[in-house]
Design a protein around this ligand. Sequence first.
Ligand code: NAD
Length: 506
Amino acid sequence: MAGVSGPGPDGARRIDHWIGGKRVPSASGRALPVYDPATGRVQASVGLATAGEVDDAVAAAAEAFPAWRRSSLSRRAEIMFRFRHLLDEHRAEIAAVISSEHGKVRADAAGELARGIENVEFACGIPALLKGAYSEQAATDVDVHSVRQPLGVVAGITPFNFPAMVPLWMLTNAIACGNTFVLKPSEKDPTVSLLLAELLAEAGLPDGVFNVVQGDAVAVDRLLAHPDVAAVSFVGSTPVARHVYVTGTANGKRVQALGGAKNHMVVLPDADVDVAADAAVSAAYGSAGERCMAVSVLVAVGAVADPLVDAVARRLRALRIGPADDPESEMGPLITREHRDRVASYLDAAAAEGATVVVDGREHRFAGDGFFLGASLVDHVRPGMKVYDDEIFGPVLSVVRAGTYDEAIRLVNDNPYGNGCAIFTRDGGAARAFEFDVVCGMVGVNVPIPVPVAYYSFGGWKQSLFGDTAIYGPAGIDFYTRTKVVTARWPDPATSAVDLGFPRTR
Ligand code: NAD
């Protein structure tokens, strides 16, 4: 892959839009710095789109739509196969870009990309996925069939924490279904969007089918208002998800808006403490807790609490936290200095509200100006404390102690979020009861981060998703198509007659 951006006016690498098959610099005069979170240094500048620049991207997508929707299924599948091959060839390079702008360690960036590639593999099956239904002789000499057709121009708005995977959740199915696409990636780590654009072009995707506008709320709000945008997929925080859903649907668009989370991991007294502690630490502190499926609340039931807290704390003291270019690093920095400081502020608030800070990540010292924060563990947390109620999105794990399974399930179900949840136990009956009882979209049984594989679909409940459809997999095909039902007869003129009765099938 070539370099994706030219130098900006201040000499910093400039990150452009991608419209109609080429890089287009923003002329808005508004730009934001893109940091290397591991050093705290500015590494590039991203131009923020005007409403007019969004209109240019939508116009390019609208122009490309008629020809793209006519393209054969085998051609679309072939492009997806080539795209998959190119992503595979460039894994290391893409993972390095993810790490440099997001901060997550290299193995984690590679893992994100691998889970994104699963969605390309799913879309390679588009000829089978778009098969309709046919009923011969639905009435006498009348046949009925249904087809799935694309919506037109669809938009994707994505968060900073998965700059490759979340765009791939959306664009793969959207494009394979015959739509054209405008992506508005996070302004915090925007370069990966251009790598995806270049690889799609190299895979043979016609100009205008995939476009990128860099920007902030101005770009989002224009996409939500634009009359030629038929549907919007959003992934980000709950307040913005709600805004996107309310505004987009009020403007007549199909919208799926995935929001934030507070994922609970329930550990029953019979669980293996070391297994549960390994899982909790991996799921709470991987990617510095900046995952929508991160475990942020450990619900310790009964006598397991003390040994579990000890086992987690022991593991935290051994965690290696550092920059992604150090192969020893297990956890990287947070995305910005402001976010790091906001996350750290929850520790004082927790202590003031009566919780116990067992491990204080602020005591971990780091050289340089990177946005690092050590891993923290807070015990004796209860609903009503800020550390419990807010989505912190950082390396802070809360422990809530519950007396019984019933108390634990009430806690999980009363939480306003319902993205992921997990139970750790050796009791199959208890696990089955949890699966049945829990009000949450994605459930793990001895699996702390139950992100569904790409041939299922991803979606939380309650305030973790606004809209009717989950994202990717079969739900993605439903979201990006509409069904047309055709009723057909080839009448014999000899038997034709006027009949004002309502058509009957018998
Ligand atoms: P965010 O909501 O701040 O930003 C998401 C997108 O919305 C970005 O493209 C951003 O530019 C845009 N945006 C931000 N403020 C806006 C506004 N006021 N009006 C219009 N657009 C706006 O989220 P983030 O900080 O980038 O990502 C972290 C959040 O995303 C967390 O809450 C996390 O739980 C959530 N997330 C959810 C999922 C999921 O699948 N449910 C997946 C990943 C991340």
